[in-house]
Write a protein that binds this ligand. Sequence first.
Ligand code: 0X9
Ligand code: ZN
Length: 290
Amino acid sequence: LFDFGVYHTLKEIQDWLKTLPTQWLKTYGKSYENRPLHVIDIGDKKDPTIVIECGIHAREWVSVAFCPFLIDQISSKKWEKEGIRWVIFPMVNPDGYRFSWRFNRFWRKNRRIIRDSPCHGVDLNRNFDIEWGRYSTSENPCGETFGGSKPFSEPESAAFRDYVQKIETKIAFVSYHAYSEFIIYPYSASIRANSPFKDALRSLALRMSDAIYNEHGRQYSYGEGAVAFYAASGGSDDWIHKQGVPIAYTIELRDKGLNGFLLPENELIDTFSENLKGLKELVRDVRNIT
Ligand code: 0X9
Ligand code: ZN
């Protein structure tokens, strides 16, 4: 049996995904190192869709651990399953995740080999086509935030784009990261960009933050990315929002820096249960506007 309260290797997660009903498990592409990219697609094509992304940054293990927990809640516990299509990307950076287990626990990027450079990897959350290369992006392949050679240069981000673009009823998106306990809404891409949904995104972020607080007393901050967090272009949240998805968030999970990326396993289930409460508020809005 799969223990949702511990960290798992890439192989363990992939094996667990394969135990899910086959009509839900799809392969939407291949990673740079040729690993399958899996997506869990649950529900009716006509229903409003919530898209979830986990593990775009390799070292943010709590994010990778959250998606199987969420998939299990929806699929076996029937949590918010009725009338919603869930499209869950459990591991958008499998090569990086494996590398973080085997060689460097603090690896962030994918594993692309870059010509004429001793360094590997593109930051997939700088590789989307939204003000690409403008803020908080390194032009040096050795940088942690190297944005790649052009927007969607990476197989992982391009395959994600292609799958997401085909979803006709997408209403909401959440990208899970670590760490900071922060709810970020668009835009982060530029200090000048302004979302028409800013007020609605703020009020939902407040309700999500309150719901999270009421579960275990953790105070998640919230705000517009470029203002409250930092300006950073090329992210999946901003790209999808610009594509017309009104509700879009990046949630930085626990903690606030005490353990950072090395969040102890005994905090996982509490992190997940508080974020299930946060997500429930988002689902409520999705149901109300459709
Ligand atoms: O910088 C990031 O990609 C995210 N923070 S992290 O520390 N996990 O790397 C924040 C992403 C916020 N959204 C955008 N910058 N678009
Ligand atoms: Zn991250």
